[in-house]
Design a binder for this molecule. Sequence first.
Ligand code: NCD
Length: 351
Amino acid sequence: MRHLIDFGDLDRREWDELYARADQIISQPEAFGDTCRGKVACNLFYEPSTRTNFSFQAAMLRLGGNVFGFSDPRSSSVSKGESLKDTVKMVAGYADVIVIRTPWEGAARAAALYSDVPVINAGDGGHMHPTQTVTDLTTLTRLRGGVDGLAIGLCGDLKNGRTVHSLIKALAHFRDIRFFLIAPRELAIPEYLRQFMREQGMPFVEVAGLEAVIPQLDVLYMTRIQQERFHDPLEYARSKGIYVLTRGKLARAKADLLVMHPLPRVDEVSVDVDDDPRAAYFQQARFGMFARMALLADLANQPRIAPDPVEIGKAPLCHNPNCITQTQLYLPPLVKQNGGGACCAFCDAPL
Ligand code: NCD
């Protein structure tokens, strides 16, 4: 692994190695206190974050390394109009690894084109969030002994929820998982992912109601309605509060159900669920720090490699208004095949 942009780029062996390291770190974190001694991470956070930013910082500090960066691009030269390419080329000269979160889809892949050091995608708009997936899989493996064979409910804003998109991509590497995609029609998963699941032979049903399916689930992955991705506030108002997991609803669930949530929560998991032994989300957030330690232990210790030159673009090929190619016009016109059709290699939108 050179960069972590999309969990789908990893193969099963790479995940097994990553988990083996995370598992060792969870059992004996102090044994890794020098793993990144002398290394420096740069956190470029163009979008709000608590867990991801802090857990990456805590992870690097616990490995003996250091961190610099911004959590608000208004305090950097981005506010003067600096391009993503220039910011990345520059900080790649200062750091050993770059962790980047942006509101633009495909931005981490774009950053990796210009970086001498590994780039980690810490969330690119409504597209992907692979380090949350490393967190989620670490949690599942530690708490359930593995991922194969589970019935997993993904509930909430499946259209804009990048954690769900990344998790679905990753779960293609596992066996016999049954998916319950619980969302209203307006917030259903993007078509490219539906195609992906069909291609990969991942069995799924799409339902609007949580209560009817909850007794069948081994894992319930709740998500927040992603207010910041809505262009129309009225549309958000219609969707907000649509799912609320309460103690009452949990009464009908399996005794060993695992309730997960990437957090932050708004109102989709009521506070009285927190004390139920099935609520795993705060433990999940802590596992996230260890999972990120496992990632940094590998990526921050890689040699610098100058990337190959890339073609200079003229106009965006992609029509997704949230795609990074809409604003960074120098990006090359990269296309890949997905679900039998051509799609944007940055944001996965069909062309
Ligand atoms: C998620 C994100 O940023 O996508 N948060 C996180 O990183 N744990 C989920 C969310 O914001 O709803």
